[in-house]
Write a protein that binds this ligand. Structure first.
Ligand SMILES: Cc1ncc(COP(=O)(O)O)c(C=O)c1O
Length: 425
């Protein structure tokens, strides 16, 4: 059958991309893979449908079945995240933040957040969602040793600045935020508290990190596809029972920042929630124990792993420094690892000032954990790092060895009906 050049080219590139990940060690901290049932939902007719509004209050006909899906999903999200309110429509973590910022602030008001240099996300910055909402940004003093906001100095800054919103959470996220102390300071000056749990949402729902909504956050946002292993999308969550506040949160997403909200992904999210309810706690535990084992093993191989004094990590992430500050050593390391079959990303670490030539790498264990690797395999992974970056072996040889090693880890786990992790190739 005639497919045309472009379609053939695109389908071939998709196939090669899938093969690439299948044969590699995918260690980007924000990535994950779908379970077979979630994949099925994402590949459904819902892809082309619209359902503006909320279940039972739609602007379009034809939503009866989707109303069932979204209603079940809202209740399940409230259960999984242990809260009173859930909006499951947002199409990404950034979109969740935009919607929440719309609900919680007005242009010209002030927000406090973690700076991007200290690990805050771009949507917390002037060049991202915070700037788009026209907010005045003040960033927290940062404790580089503990890799968290400097508690006393940040509380003082909040009391002095009197922001309308205090935002917490990062993209570089090794340890729980000292939220109780800081949200007390924020509430004292009348600020709302928002916690961006994009990266750690699965660890929170799996009860292995912190519980922001019981520690003072008025709203928690997040992605549905990182440590929470669903399709790409987002959540907005709160413990509030104030109907006006809840209405503002819902309106922040629709009509605020979404019209179509990717119904196939919402259906996938609901299945992912149901899988998480059963398997999430053990998945979250295993992700963190693998991150700790990986950090220890990398340190034993001779790598400079950050936060040794705090046990390296309490999350899914591990940070390594590969040379002088701003030297670009992190970028070089990421390129060498990619040639060797390990997919990571360069990252700014304390002291770095240039995003394109940082000294560090950010590593994540969610995907390796999901395909069945445990602490013993983390030692093997650290050895591959050492062969690539310390012993400087031929990347082609390492890549071949990784392909063979990875061939034993091709099943997606922590879900109903475990199946091929990288299907359709
Ligand atoms: C803290 C934080 N917030 C928001 C986002 C954005 O999430 P998404 O990629 O789903 O838009 C990220 C992405 O990594 C993040 O790290």
């Amino acid at each position: 059958m005639e497919r045309g050049n472009t379609a053939s080219k695109i389908l071939e590139a998709i196939k090669y991309s899938g093969q690439h990940y299948k044969d590699s060690l995918p260690m980007i901290a924000s990535e994950n893979i779908l379970s077979p049932l979630v994949r099925e939902a994402c590949n459904s007719d819902l892809h082309g449908r619209y359902a503006e509004g909320l279940p039972g209050k739609r602007y379009y006909q034809g939503c009866e079945d989707f109303d069932t899906i979204e209603s079940i999903g809202i209740e399940l999200a409230k259960k999984v995240f242990n809260c009173n309110f859930a909006n499951i429509q947002s199409t990404s973590g950034t979109n969740s933040n935009l919607g929440a910022l719309k609900a919680l602030t007005k242009p010209g008001q002030t927000i406090t957040a973690v700076s991007t240099a200290d690990g805050g996300h771009i949507s917390h910055a002037r060049m991202g969602a915070v700037g788009m909402r026209g907010l005045d940004l003040v960033t927290y003093p940062w404790d580089e040793e503990r890799m968290e906001p400097d508690i006393d100095a940040a509380a003082e800054l909040i009391r002095k600045t009197k922001p309308n919103l205090a935002l917490f959470g990062q993209s570089v996220f090794l340890f729980p935020t000292p939220l109780k102390e800081l949200s007390d300071a924020a509430h004292e000056v009348g600020a709302k508290v928002m916690y961006d749990g994009a990266h750690v949402l699965g660890l929170i729902a799996g009860k292995q990190f912190q519980d922001p909504l019981s520690e003072g956050a008025d709203v928690m946002t997040g992605s549905s596809h990182k440590t929470f292993p669903g399709p790409q999308g987002g959540f907005v969550l709160s413990d509030s029972e104030d109907s006006k506040f809840i209405k503002r949160l819902n309106n922040g997403i629709f009509p605020g920042v979404c019209s179509s909200y990717h119904l196939h992904h919402v259906a996938g999210k609901v299945i992912a929630l149901s899988e998480f309810e059963k398997f999430g706690e053990s998945y979250a535990k295993d992700i963190i124990s693998n991150a700790k084992s990986l950090a220890q093993a990398l340190a034993e191989e001779g790598f400079d792993v950050l936060a040794e004094d705090r046990g390296y990590t309490a999350s899914h992430q591990v940070l390594t420094r590969h040379g002088d500050i701003d030297s670009g050593a992190g970028k070089d390391a990421a390129l060498t690892l990619e040639k060797s079959g390990i997919i990571t990303n360069m990252n700014m670490l304390p002291g770095d000032t240039k995003a394109m030539t940082p000294s560090g790498l950010r590593l994540g264990t969610p995907e390796l954990t999901r395909v069945g690797m445990g602490p013993e395999e983390m030692k093997d992974v650290a050895k591959f790092f050492s062969r690539a970056l310390i012993k400087r072996e031929d990347p082609k040889i390492i890549k071949n060895d990784i392909k063979e090693f990875k061939s034993n880890f091709q099943t997606v786990n922590y879900c109903f009906e475990p199946g091929l992790a990288y299907p359709g190739l």
